[in-house]
Design a protein around this ligand. Sequence first.
Ligand SMILES: [Zn+2]
Length: 146
Amino acid sequence: MAGEEPPAAVAADGEQPLVCPGCAREHPPSERFCKACGMPLVHMSGAAEQTVSERQSKARKIKPQYSEGKLVKVAGAQNGAEAEMIQGLLLEEGIPSMAQRSLGADVPDFLVAGRRDILVPESGAEAAREALAWDEALAWEGPVGS
Ligand SMILES: [Zn+2]
């Protein structure tokens, strides 16, 4: 097996621009966290080209111990796209989640782009909050000024 070169796509992956799932700002590949809001940056292509098979493979990542209990809100998203980003982040930790339009007493139906609540099973809520908070902790250590 020695001598086989990795597919070119793997090498090219690190070159792609990063985008913040929180505010959609673009960042150079050298950045890891959004300077504006501290969210971990994601590859634009990863968000845009997510296929059904990728979704299925992600589904296999879900940890059963995070799938129990009633759904509780762990985060809020400004819109459906941001909700998807947060859900992807949680899935990386093996936590299943669902996005639900934020409930109001009288939310009109036309607000399809409105805020979403991110819900996870109660057994995964603590891990989810940690997953969503760790970026803030690391942001403090951020780029060291020279
Ligand atoms: Zn941001």
